[in-house]
Write a protein of this length. Structure first.
Ligand SMILES: [Zn+2]
Length: 534
């Protein structure tokens, strides 16, 4: 049977960026674009070049993507101006990307109230904008804003808006449920009618989640004919969010209704990376993950309570709709540590650590990880700290940086001054490190690295080390607040690693994460051991 092709359009970087509290930097955008490109979504909407400095800069030096098409977002031309003379369109045309997605009105109420122009003018704006980009060789997508509300109010006009874009040569006409209030049955009926006028292979769906139906609406639209789905990682988006691609993608792959009829360009091998992708976005946003998120949440396959657990242990199918491994998640059984062991083993394997599954050291690592997680550690985003911890418990990491004591002094008279002092014992010698910086972590880092010239055997490992990012999260565990610090480091090879430190004291948490970062560098480059007598 020939299966129809479905296209995935990600709008995390544009619509997702509308979320309250989300403020992507250019670096965040580049990171997210890379994750999406690795997964293999068809389109990545990068933002609105010209609308704000971050988006302009992002398109100025666009990321290298695999097969994903970078898309710029913008608005139809202004009324009373020709498309050729519209500076907004010119800016979009000059953006470094293959495709543009242009939003325009499809609801006469909005044309009147929001734009204050005539219905015909809006149609002309859509038509001329589409023609302008198409003649200038951009792949053109038309986002028909408020299409469903527009269709309910005035179907003829709403359809005319779509027709203008389609007849001018738009590759995609995207039906938007901008206010997110349309229900799945309505979506099905309306898409069915639209697809008699514009072929489904040119139709997309953009659903908001205001009735918790964005995923259902997207899937219903596909069954009714559309062939492009727009959504975001974790359903990120303004108000109640957008359609969540972390649920849509696995559904398309794993549910018979869809996988028998449709194929998508995303490689099935990438499916197990979705859990990580979801958590990485939370990490970038410095946000606690939603445990109960479908497919990828940490509770999505956790079982508690006698009957369920014993049934799941006999056959997981009793209480699981899919095998969690398929999406990179794992089963956790709260009263037994079977799942914890399997999880630890799979992580050890990921870092190339060979160990027999029956080796008692597996239990030792599990106990230590559990103990640390209880006190606030999280190794989900801290691969380097996990690798170090496991290898230390396996006796594979020699002693490197033996810290005797450290001190940080922050003083303010006219300006803030931070000085740090760290004393190490290396090869039996006391190494005193003093330095200053613009804050405690910077001062500690400067103190250590500027003084390691005194330790020739380690100095050469540190000169190319760079701290890229520093994130602090306050965790509320019972009566006291605990601080978790995550540091991202890199070196001349350009590969970054993440380390974590936890303490009720923010400086101590930072110091732990910093020392882990330095020790990880020494470990991965097989630096010689510190020869202190034990
Ligand atoms: Zn939207």
């Amino acid at each position: 049977m020939i299966r129809d092709k479905l296209y995935i359009f990600d709008t995390t970087l544009r619509d997702g960026a509308q979320t309250q509290g989300v403020d992507f930097t250019v670096e965040d955008k580049l990171k997210i674009a890379k994750i999406l490109s690795d997964i293999g979504v068809d389109y990545i909407e990068g933002g609105w070049p010209g609308a704000n400095p971050v988006d302009t800069k992002f398109f100025g030096t666009p990321p290298e993507l695999n097969k994903s098409i970078l898309t710029a977002f913008g608005m139809t031309k202004k009324t009373g101006r020709s498309a050729d003379n519209d500076p907004g369109l010119a800016q979009l045309l000059s953006a470094n990307c293959q495709a543009v997605c242009i939003v325009g009105k499809a609801w006469d109420f909005h044309v009147k109230v929001a734009l204050g122009i005539k219905n015909e003018d809006n149609l002309e704006n859509i038509r001329e904008t589409a023609k302008y980009f198409i003649k200038n060789k951009k792949e053109f997508l038309f986002d028909a804003e408020h299409f469903f509300d527009g269709y309910k109010a005035n179907p003829i006009y709403a359809l005319n808006c779509l027709r203008e874009a389609y007849d001018a040569g738009a590759r995609w006409v995207v039906l938007c449920d901008t206010n997110g209030g349309t229900l799945p049955n309505e979506i099905g009926e309306i898409v069915d009618k639209v697809s008699k006028i514009i072929p489904g292979k040119n139709l997309g769906i953009h659903a908001h989640n205001d009735t918790e139906n964005a995923v259902a609406n997207s899937l219903t639209a596909v069954l009714a004919g559309v062939r492009q789905i727009q959504g975001t990682i974790n359903g990120l988006g303004e108000r109640c969010g957008n359609a969540n691609l972390m649920s849509i993608i696995p559904t398309l792959f794993l549910k018979k209704t869809f996988n028998e009829k449709f194929e998508i360009n995303i490689n099935k091998d990438k499916l197990p990376t979705l859990t990580e992708c979801s958590r990485l976005l939370d990490e970038i946003l410095n946000k606690k993950s939603n445990k109960s998120m479908a497919y990828v949440g940490s509770s999505a396959f956790s079982h508690k309570g006698g009957l369920h657990v014993s049934a799941v242990q006999k056959d997981p199918k009793t209480y699981e709709h899919i095998d969690p491994k398929l999406v990179g998640n794992h089963r956790s059984i709260i009263i037994s540590n079977q799942a914890g062991r399997a999880n630890i083993l799979s992580r050890l394997k990921r870092y190339g650590i060979k160990i027999d599954s029956k080796d008692p050291k597996v239990q030792k690592i599990l106990d230590e990880v559990k103990h640390r997680e209880f006190s606030g550690y999280s190794y989900d985003g801290a691969d380097a700290s996990f690798e170090l911890l496991a290898n230390r418990l396996l006796g594979k990491v020699p002693e490197y940086l033996k810290v005797q004591n450290y001190k940080v002094i922050i003083s303010k008279s006219e300006s803030i001054k931070t000085t740090a002092n760290v004393n190490f014992l290396i090869d039996g010698k006391l190494i005193e490190c003093n330095g200053t910086g613009n804050g405690p972590v910077n001062a500690l880092d400067n103190a250590i690295r500027s003084n390691f010239k005194k330790v020739e055997k380690y100095y050469k490992f540190f000169f190319d080390l760079k701290l890229l990012d520093y994130k602090v999260r306050i965790l509320n565990t019972g009566t006291e607040a605990t601080t978790r610090v995550l540091i991202e480091s890199t070196d001349k090879l350009g590969v970054s690693w993440f380390t974590v430190g936890v303490s009720p004291n923010i400086i101590e948490a930072s110091f732990k994460a910093l020392i882990d970062s330095l020790e990880y560098k020494l470990y991965k480059e097989k630096a010689p051991a510190n020869l202190n007598e034990k």
